[in-house]
Design a protein around this ligand. Structure first.
Ligand SMILES: O=C(O)CCC(=O)C(=O)O
Length: 232
């Protein structure tokens, strides 16, 4: 997989609602970040939780990742009005956290706020067998209805249950650790179940254009302007 050039990166992002960036982080960096993620979970997450939000608030290593120039350089072409970090979260699957993430769009969780995108980076090689991200290309151009789900994990409470896409419309992101998936908050995505009995740790960082704080933003203390609007 080759890194897309900046112009094709923004064209791909507009067309598909996501773009894959191979080899953004090295294997060694993924090892360190995964160890840090485990520490963050052990020290801060509710026992048994597979999701932890506000990672950059408690971890200098993840705070640095959120504004790593390699990530910011990718965001610049798709975010012509500047780049502001909002927040990040760890999502992991493991031999005892096997459930798939249900189909959803993130915009549902921050309705009536400005558009956002997220960068999903697996810290383990991610495959269909260990719960990788799945996306529906082009789905960001449509409106979707989310309904309450009754899932045993309780961690993803809402989802899309009436999507009309076919199996072949879905891209299963079978990618090496350190590859980034940059995706729109309107893109339908989820994950496969983890049937491999292996870890699948990922960090998801969310960005939007710099602007005066909306009420929603105040919930995210690590928010930070990285590329001001005028720098473009
Ligand atoms: O890492 C995953 O399983 C997907 C997480 C996700 O889609 C989300 O938190 O919005």
């Amino acid at each position: 997989m080759k890194k897309p050039a900046p112009a094709s990166l923004s064209a791909q992002y507009d067309r598909d609602g996501f773009v894959l960036i191979p080899d953004l982080l090295s294997a060694k960096e993924c090892d360190s970040l995964k160890a840090e993620a485990r520490k963050v979970l052990d020290e801060n997450a509710k026992p048994g939780a597979s999701v932890y939000v506000h990672v950059a608030v408690v971890s200098a290593m993840f705070r640095a990742l959120a504004e790593d120039p390699r990530i910011v350089d990718i965001l610049k072409p798709v975010m012509p009005h500047g780049v502001m970090f909002l927040s990040d979260k760890i999502v992991y699957k493991s031999p005892d956290k096997t459930f798939p993430t249900p189909w959803h769009i993130d915009a549902y969780y921050w309705r009536n706020t400005r558009p956002k995108l997220s960068v999903w980076i697996p810290l383990d090689d991610a495959t269909a067998e260990n719960g990788t991200l799945t996306v529906v290309p082009g789905s960001h151009k449509r409106d979707w209805r989310m309904v309450k789900l009754d899932l045993p994990s309780g961690e993803f409470g809402m989802g899309i249950t009436d999507g009309e896409w076919q199996v072949g419309d879905v891209v299963t992101c079978s990618i090496k650790r350190g590859t980034a998936v940059v995706f729109s908050d309107r893109l339908v995505h989820g994950s496969t179940p983890n049937t491999a009995g292996k870890d699948r740790y990922a960090i998801i960082s969310t960005y939007h254009a710099p602007a005066n704080d909306e009420a929603f933003d105040l919930e995210f203390p690590a928010r930070k302007v990285i590329v001001p609007a005028s720098a473009h």
